[in-house]
Design a protein around this ligand. Structure first.
Ligand SMILES: Cc1cc2nc3c(=O)[nH]c(=O)nc-3n(C[C@H](O)[C@H](O)[C@H](O)COP(=O)(O)OP(=O)(O)OC[C@H]3O[C@@H](n4cnc5c(N)ncnc54)[C@H](O)[C@@H]3O)c2cc1C
Length: 417
């Protein structure tokens, strides 16, 4: 392993991927310095509970911390939580901080995550209009979700639907406004989205598609929405969940390639051999799907961290994990393996009274995605098996996928033959 006496492994972004990479560097034997630079004023934490347990009052934001102080001390990780990086000097191999100081790197990881998109409409900055990415956002949304209040959610993606479920559970009236013709457009096929939306409607969420917000109404605080269909909707708060944009500005300014995220190769290395990118911020070529993808999910940040740490130590390992994502809404779990949105054919398997598995096959009949919706005990195992089948690029007869009595596990054995 190469070591550099006076330079550190430097990680920009003290989020999930950054913190896990710092840990993995130590686990893989790096003895030199590790500097983890953040800009949130908080030690790295898990974001998924922010739209679920934290909003439901079941978890405090302090309980979302990934590690305690002793962890950073014991692992000699120099965590700086108020150290925004303002530029990268590739020639000198150093990053420059907001206060003008600089930190030299042996290898650099950019793990700056993604920025929630704002609505570009009048009224978007009124009090009572929220985004959800970070702890302060979650804390201000918690205060809005009191019984009887009318909450308008813009965007029927996973974040929007999770907030809808928590808001209903907390006794709010909830309307979801979505510009597209259906929910979860980029994530899952229509049949999966339809199944989830049906559940939201049963829970009294008013879900409206093909509708845009033209203006957010109010003097200093939001009082309502003016919609593209001419309707005016009164509400007490608005929560915007219209997707995220990868934070690529630092990389772009430094002349690092960007293609829907910082463009890395299948070892998560950028076009600069000393600079890597991982997590939500990067796009990478995936051998299974034969294209460049960018993921915005917890498991990807975890898996990237493990591989990028090794590659910062020159192992040169290829990243090819099958994507896996989960969401919780009401008493339902949603677990997704692979890239269901890349499928051209959907097959539905009914498992239990309220659980479904949805399989996505591509044009060649290869399984590219599987989504399980319902009870964890009824879907989790099969989604895991499907993940393995996706890894093998298995071609499976749709009739078998549909039949609840056909054991998916037996297909693994058949595939292995
Ligand atoms: C509310 C919410 C719920 C979610 N729920 C789920 C879920 O149920 N399932 C799932 O799979 N995924 C979920 N996710 C997604 C998951 O949390 C992300 O994919 C994951 O956090 C990505 O990790 P990351 O380290 O790449 O980015 P982040 O966690 O965003 O970390 C990036 C860090 O870099 C910092 N940074 C940016 N620029 C600079 C700079 N110039 N200098 C220093 N620091 C900088 C940022 O402030 C941030 O702290 C959820 C996300 C959110 C927001």
């Amino acid at each position: 392993m190469k070591t550099a006496e006076h330079a550190a492994m430097v990680i920009v972004g003290a989020g999930q991927c950054g913190a896990r990479t710092a840990h993995a560097l130590r686990e893989n034997g790096w003895e030199g310095e590790i500097t983890l630079l953040g800009n949130e004023g908080l030690a790295p934490y898990d974001r998924p509970p922010l739209s679920k347990a934290v909003l439901l009052g079941q978890k405090t934001t302090a309980q979302c911390a990934l590690f305690n102080d002793a962890f950073y001390r014991d692992n000699r990780i120099d965590l700086r939580v108020d150290a925004p990086v303002s530029s990268i000097d590739r020639a000198e191999r150093k990053v420059v901080l907001g206060d003008g100081r600089s930190v030299s790197y042996h290898r650099l990881l950019i793990a700056t995550g993604a920025e929630p998109r704002r609505l570009a409409v009048p009224g978007a900055t009124l009090a009572g209009v929220h985004l959800l990415r970070a702890v302060p956002d979650a804390l201000s949304i918690v205060d809005e979700l009191t019984p009887g209040r009318r909450i308008a959610i813009v965007g029927a993606g996973f974040i929007g639907l999770e907030i809808a479920a928590t808001a209903i559970t907390r006794g709010c009236e909830v309307v979801v406004i979505e510009a597209a013709a259906r929910a979860l457009m980029r994530a899952v096929p229509e049949v999966v989205a339809g199944y989830l939306v049906e559940r939201h409607r049963q829970m009294s969420v008013d879900v409206r598609f093909a509708t845009q917000v033209e203006r957010i109404l109010g003097e200093s605080r939001v009082t309502g929405l003016k919609l593209s269909d001419g309707a005016t909707l009164e509400c007490d708060a608005v929560i915007v969940g219209v997707g995220v944009t990868p934070r690529t500005a630092l990389a772009e300014a430094a002349g690092i390639d960007v293609a829907d995220g910082i463009a890395v190769d299948d070892t998560l290395r950028t076009n600069d051999p000393y600079v890597f990118a991982a997590g939500d911020v990067c796009s990478f070529p995936h051998r299974l799907f034969r294209r460049r993808i960018r993921l915005e999910c917890w498991k990807n940040a975890e898996d990237h961290a493990r591989v990028v740490a090794r590659n910062m130590l020159d192992y040169g390992e290829t990243y090819s994990a099958v994507p896996w994502f989960w969401s919780n809404q009401y008493d339902m779990t949603i677990q997704i393996a692979g890239m269901p949105a890349f499928g051209t054919t959907s097959v539905v398997r009914e498992v239990g009274s309220a659980s479904r598995l949805f399989f996505a096959l591509d044009g060649e009949g290869v399984l590219v995605g599987a989504s399980g919706v319902g009870q964890v005990s009824e879907v989790a195992r099969d989604v895991r098996v499907a993940q393995e089948l996706i890894a093998r690029r298995a071609r499976i007869d749709p009739a078998v996928l549909k039949d609840p009595s056909a054991k998916l596990k037996s297909l693994l054995t058949a595939e292995a033959l």
